[in-house]
Design a protein around this ligand. Sequence first.
Ligand code: KPL
Length: 293
Amino acid sequence: MGTLWATRLARAGLPVKLIVRNPARLQAYEAAQGLTLIEGEHSVKWAISAQIPETDEPIQRLLVTCKAYDAPQAIAQVAARLSPNAELILLQNGLGSQQAIATLVPHARCIFASSTEGAFRDGDWRVVFAGMGHTWLGDSNQGPAPQWLEELQHSGISYEWSPNILSRLWRKLALNCAINPLTVLHDCRNGGLQAHSAEVNTLCTELGALLEHCDQAEAAIDLAAEVNHVIQATANNYSSMHQDVTKGRRTEISYLLGYACEAARDRQFAVPHLQQLHQRLSEHLQRRGLPCD
Ligand code: KPL
């Protein structure tokens, strides 16, 4: 997502800078001489300048695109560089990391985002734009849309300011909780869950009740219908969590199922099926030598 945004912003003539993890990554990036955006037959390399977190330069606006489990630490590394009225756009999956970041940098404005854009890397510093999608942005404190939002339009990024971004993030979290863990446990494509519809629907009922209990009643409306629709519409795809496990990568379990179970625990709300699913998934990950947080 970071490459997808950076290249499109650069293409629109906006001043973009990358912050890469460490000096070794900076050296690798400099050798590649830029970020490449591949759209259909077209492939264009953008020589965007890059730096490391320790660079001594104030940050006014920061797009954070690392995984949920890396994001708070990444922000801690640059916190001292943030201008007094800095803005952070947080593009993490699930919930939990955004709130952790907002606590870390209380003076910055945190804008939460949720996107359906599809992209994958076909090499280091290269991204293939796989599917047009849409991005919702919003302020968890329900503040107004920032002025610069129109710049996204000029960059060809389809977006919308969402007055209730938390509801969107909760809804996406519920969808991911109902689909992704089961695709891992049954080792199937999303469509394979059609053979486990009773299990899926039980989870949807419990997730819907949890959403209502967390003051997110809007996010609970017709949840099971949407989950079943997504399963059908993406029947041939492997879920992102299934892909992570297959490739031996850490999953975002803590920010999806983990977050849902913790929200239930904090409110003393019983979610036996979600808890059991969390337990089964944790054991599965452990057996494969993957972190279960
Ligand atoms: O968002 C998804 C993912 O793979 O992460 C789907 C499968 C569409 C819904 O859970």
